[in-house]
Design a binder for this molecule. Structure first.
Ligand code: SF4
Length: 475
């Protein structure tokens, strides 16, 4: 395939977990998008057709079609060196209150445009650190949302909040339950003290266990941990110990992310000693170790970086074709549209992607003038929608019905995607994907290569790479 950057593989020092996979990873290692959207966010533009979006909204009666909300809280108390999020590190008093003043104004404006009767089947508070807000501020924000949107109390809803365990105690867990959240996502990353010091994020397994116990006592349906591999000083031995701590707590979902070291883009990453990072081959071993340990412990590997216990709804959602991938990772597909609220938040509504102003001052300036704080956007065309369907089907459902896709989008699939199917032939030869007459199917061995399998269907990738687009390693 194009864009391939060979990995430098040093002499092995330890027995490898899955040598066959490591050989395949070496063969297919390259850089590419994570496909949390298609087209990817760099294609969003400041010259997007804002008026056309607003006209379309005015002409469209969304009625009671379900809606998903994403709320961005940008503040953090301290910097984690690996961080690539849009955040503001501050302990200045009053910043959250100032932010909520503007967020409330935006919530009121957006509900009039997007529709205030639409059942909110999904909600996700992300950041930054949503739990930077104190109890009163979180309550204020939820009440503002409930005044302007049709929040739900049914079991069939997914209301999630990202938690930095260092910022909450058991009383916060009770509050979150009372506010209507039913899913908690805890940022763990790694339990090894040396790794934690190197990334400036210290939290003990004991403190996390206390929160997990409280979450279970309060009946949270789903508890998720985020882990990161590829951090400084991580080794197979240290990861084995961290995974033991994780498995003792047995979260329902585990997201395991590949750390992308891009210090030229994210200044806090310059505090990470490049020489302490695991080599590419060691990183692959860490990924292998995480997958094999979690699968042996009874977790199912869904999508490309998520592991779930069989009772979890995400496991069933995949088999029923109700899994979706968006900027928050994988989730149930309970709504077609997502409205992003807050600085830098991204919406996907109809054929439009929309992103709010990424800096606080510009976000505040627009909202204070009574304007929607939109800064960038993109309107998908028919070809985008077709390619988006193909990529999201492969990355979520792990298969694609070619005939159905051709009928739905009015194309002869094999002819339309002849180049992509040619590019996938070597991956099919290695047993990663099956190119059948009626369907494409990702094989179990192809799971770590999902991004590679999607990339040939990306109509913009060649141009992105030619213009110097910077992506993370695919495996
Ligand atoms: S990783 Fe999370 S808590 Fe740490 S700086 Fe980034 S957004 Fe803040």
């Amino acid at each position: 395939m194009q864009h391939t950057q060979p990995l430098v593989i040093p002499q092995k020092e330890k027995p490898a977990h899955g040598d066959a996979n490591i050989a395949l990873a070496r063969k297919y290692a390259c850089r590419g998008p994570r496909y949390t959207s298609y087209p990817t966010a760099p294609h969003f533009s400041e010259s997007f057709p804002r008026e056309r979006y607003l006209d379309w909204q005015a002409e469209t009666d969304a009625g009671t079609r379900p809606l998903s909300l994403y709320i961005h809280v940008p503040f953090c108390n301290d910097i984690c060196y690996y961080c690539a999020c849009n955040k503001v590190v501050t302990r200045r008093r009053g910043v959250a209150s100032d932010y909520l003043d503007r967020l409330e104004l935006e919530i009121a404006m957006q509900s009039k445009i997007v529709g205030d009767r639409r059942p909110i089947t999904q909600m996700h508070w992300g950041g930054g650190t949503p739990t930077y807000l104190d109890s009163g501020e979180m309550t204020r924000l939820m009440h503002a949302l409930s005044r302007h949107f049709a929040l739900q109390s049914t079991a069939e809803r997914e209301y999630a909040i990202e938690i930095d365990p260092r910022t909450v105690d058991v009383s916060t867990i009770a509050l979150l339950k009372g506010l209507g959240f039913n899913r908690l996502s805890l940022g763990i990353q790694d339990f090894d003290p040396r790794v934690q010091r190197a990334i400036n994020r210290i939290q003990t397994p004991e403190s996390v266990a206390t929160l997990v116990d409280a979450a279970r006592e309060h009946g949270f349906r789903s508890l998720s941990f985020d882990l990161i591999y590829g951090l400084p000083f991580q080794t197979v031995d240290s990861m084995e110990e961290s995974l033991e701590d994780v498995l003792r707590l047995r979260p329902d979902r585990i997201a395991s992310y590949n750390y992308a070291h891009l210090p030229e883009r994210f200044s806090s990453q310059r505090a990470i000693d490049r020489l302490a990072l695991p080599s590419p081959e060691d990183k692959l071993r860490l990924a292998e170790l995480i997958a094999s340990t979690l699968e042996s412990a009874g977790y199912l590997h869904i999508g490309m970086d998520h592991f779930v216990l069989p009772h979890d709804e995400l496991a069933q959602a995949q088999s029923r074709g109700r899994l979706q991938r968006n900027f928050q990772g994988y989730s149930l597909r309970l709504a077609e549209d997502t409205l992003g609220l807050g600085v830098s938040a991204i919406s996907q509504i109809g054929n439009f992607y929309l992103q709010n102003a990424p800096q606080l001052d510009s976000y505040y300036g627009l909202v204070d003038q009574g304007e929607l704080p939109l800064r960038r956007g993109y309107e998908m065309n028919a070809e985008d929608r077709l390619r988006r369907h193909v990529i999201m089907s492969l990355i979520c459902d792990l298969h694609l019905n070619k005939a159905d896709t051709g009928t739905r989008f009015g194309v002869d699939f094999d002819r339309h995607f002849a180049d992509a199917l040619d590019a996938l032939t070597p991956l099919a030869g290695d047993g990663l994907v099956t190119l059948g007459d009626t369907e494409l199917r990702v094989e179990p061995a192809g799971r770590p290569f999902l991004r590679n399998i999607c990339m040939p269907f990306d109509g913009y990738l060649a141009a992105d790479v030619a213009s110097g687009g910077r992506f993370s390693a695919t495996v």
